[in-house]
Structures are given as structure tokens and as C-alpha cells.
Design a binder for this molecule. Sequence first.
Ligand SMILES: Cc1cc2nc3c(=O)[nH]c(=O)nc-3n(C[C@H](O)[C@H](O)[C@H](O)COP(=O)(O)OP(=O)(O)OC[C@H]3O[C@@H](n4cnc5c(N)ncnc54)[C@H](O)[C@@H]3O)c2cc1C
Length: 411
Amino acid sequence: MRVDPTANLDVLVAGAGAAGIAAAVSAGRTGARVALLERGPFTGGKATAAMVGTICGIYLRGGSEARYAMNGFPRGFCEQLAARSGTRPVSGVNGLWFLPYHYEAFKALGLQLLQEAGVKVLLNTSIESCHAEGDRIISFTARSDEGVMGISASTAVDCTGTGHLAQLAGAPMIRARRYQQPAQVFCMRGLRADDEAALSMAVTRAVLRADRTDHGPVSVVPGSLRDGQACLKIAFHEQVEGTTDFGALQARGQRMASELAELLRANVDAFRDAEVSLIAPEVGVRTQQRAQGRYTLEEQDVMTCAKFTDGVANGAWPIEFWGAERHVEMRYFDEGGYYRIPVGALRAATLNNLFLAGRNISATEQAMASARVIGTCLGTGYAAGVLAATTALGGDMDAAIESVRRAQVYI
Ligand SMILES: Cc1cc2nc3c(=O)[nH]c(=O)nc-3n(C[C@H](O)[C@H](O)[C@H](O)COP(=O)(O)OP(=O)(O)OC[C@H]3O[C@@H](n4cnc5c(N)ncnc54)[C@H](O)[C@@H]3O)c2cc1C
């Protein structure tokens, strides 16, 4: 086994989704030696591979214009992303605000910020094992096309979305019998349409009339209609389970997208001359197992907008639960409201040098149905990166928590 040049890191970040980018950048900005490992060929995680298309949770609900739910890194990231994508915040149903973005802009912005922060980025590289002794992870191995490499790092941030690193370290996990419904996104170009709401209704009508039983509702990704191209999201019927065959799910997602494109071409005028331009390379899996933290964020914390005194990131999106039924269940707290996520949800229960971020923070399935959105993932990622770097460099943890709070949670 070779020893990688990233040996003797201060912080190892696993997973380069929204949370991993934020964690690695914030850790890098402290001056720590940081590497970010991503098993896929590009950065962004679900935001790019599943082509989610809109950033939720970065604005407060209500009001006549978008008001940020967090400052600092999450706000700066979204402002730069909007500028690169040529998009603006959009107001949707029930006063919800979100930001449409371009997938390539997301990837490019992430890479630029990582480079500026001095982070070593290793793509196509998976964390494969780690070895814990007592309350610390001592060493890691990762695999790439070039083989297996050994890595040593003082601290780690698990941003894999599935608690993969925590699981490899033998840490306790949060598991459910069933997780939320996944979805497949794909895009079509050559549309004759300029009204997204009308297009969305025409799609819904065509799908209902066809009475297809192999998938759930289909919707236009909000804010995606532009220059004759739009993205569509197909809900799967079934929820994800521990036994789900993701390879088969992936193949079905690609097939459903092609079949639906045919159906729309044959039945909806706006699609008559349209063609598929892109099928998301990954099925959008919303939640899976995650690591158990020192505190587990609960539904009640979200719904009562709890403000923990050590809260390091704000959550502002309602509980959006995609269950087994054919519709999504939304549960709102007051307009303008938000909750604060405490440090304990970002610290592994039993390992002192493992931090958690993104859809891998410690939260119940209901609380995660709010905290998993990209805006919140950027906030928990930023916080976890600072805390991991502070631990690695032997800094003052209370001061680090206060600096994160000053940077992003006070609004
Ligand atoms: C269908 C769908 C629609 C959604 N719609 C929205 C929306 O409109 N707006 C919104 O804000 N949010 C939405 N979300 C939620 C949001 O996209 C995700 O929750 C969020 O992007 C998760 O970010 P993350 O960084 O925590 O994890 P992920 O994006 O899952 O990133 C984890 C990364 O870790 C990598 N990884 C995993 N294991 C390893 C390993 N062993 N070694 C190295 N790398 C590893 C993965 O390849 C991945 O890149 C949606 C999600 C889905 C599925």
C-alpha cells in the first residue's frame, strides 16, 4: 500500500457534496492542511449528480423579497452561484424562496473555492477503511484507480451523506426501516414554451391521463425553464430501504426518463420537437443511514424553531417529507422562522475527532426532512470544517464555536 502525499493531514473531509465543499473550504481557510476525497468524478454530490436544481433553506419563508437565513459562507456561496448561473431567488408556494442554479456553475464554483483555500482535492477516490482506537480515529485508507493509499489525519469530517466514514470506524448509526422516496431528474431541450407554470400543468395532465403505474408524480424543476430547455423530476413510488438495490434503481430511473420523454413528445404540444438533453447520472436519494451524534436534532426542535445556545447553523426549510403516498407532506413553522442546529448534532457520539455535516448530521428522519436541503448543508459543512480544524490545531473550541456563530447564524 502506498502512502499518499496527503499523509499527515490536519483535516480529512470525505465526500464533496455541498457539505463537503463547505467543510473543506472553511477548514482550509484556517490554515489547516486539508484534503477532500470524493468517490465520484466531480464535486457537488446530489446537487450536481442528481441535478437537484434549486437551493432551498438559504432564505427565510415569507416577505416580498428574499431574506437570507444565514450569513457568511452559505450566503456568499449562493450569491456567487447566482452570479455565475445568471439566476435570482424565486418565490414559490406558501412564501418559500429558493435559488435556481446551473450544475456546471456549482461544480466550477466549488472547485475554485477549494483551490483558493489550498485544499487538496482527490476525485474518483473513496474512503475504504479507517481504524479507531478508543475515542479517536487513528488512520484511514482510500482507494482510487491507482490502488489503495494510507492517509493519516488528526480529524475528519464525514460528509458522505450516508455516514460511511462513521460506519467504517464502527461508530453508532441512525437507521430507519424506510427512508424517503427517491426521484430521477432529466432535462429536455427544443421545447416550445415560455410559461413554466403552464408547462408544469400540461406535464401533470399528460402523466395523469396516461395513468402510469411505474412511477409517482412528475414535476418541472422550478426555475429550470430557460431558452427552450427544462428539467423534469420523476418521483419513484417506493421508499428506499436498507435492502434497496441501487444499481437496479439507477437503471430504472434512466429508463423512466426515456419513456416519459416519449410520452410527453406524443401528448404535449410544447414537447412535440423536444429531445432529451441530459439524464441525471444519479438517482436522487433523499435520505439514508447517518451517523449518531452527541445530540440528535428532533422534529420538535425544527417545528418550535429551537434556538440552541451553541447553535452553529440555521435551518429555515419546512419539514418536506416524501413518504410512501403519492404526494409530499409539508409541515411549516412560522413565516420568517428558523431553528439553530447545535454543535452536538455535528459531533460523532463516541469519536472525539470525527465531525458530521450535511445530510449526515445527527437528526431524526423527520428533522432531516428539513435539515437536508442544500442551504442548511452549506451551513453545517462550514461549521464542521472550522470545528475539525480547531480540534486538529489544538485551538480553543468555545472561541471557534462563537466565531462560527458570529460568521453565519446571527441574522
Ligand atoms: C430528488 C431530490 C430532490 C432534492 N431537491 C432539493 C432542492 O430542490 N433544494 C435543495 O436545497 N435540496 C434538495 N435536495 C436535497 C439536497 O440535494 C441534498 O440533501 C444535499 O445536496 C446533500 O448534500 P451533502 O453534501 O450532505 O451530501 P451529498 O450531496 O450526498 O454528497 C455526498 C458525497 O459523498 C460522496 N461519497 C459517499 N461515500 C464516499 C466515500 N466512501 N468516499 C468518498 N466520497 C464518498 C458521494 O459521492 C457524494 O458526492 C433534494 C434531494 C433529492 C435526492
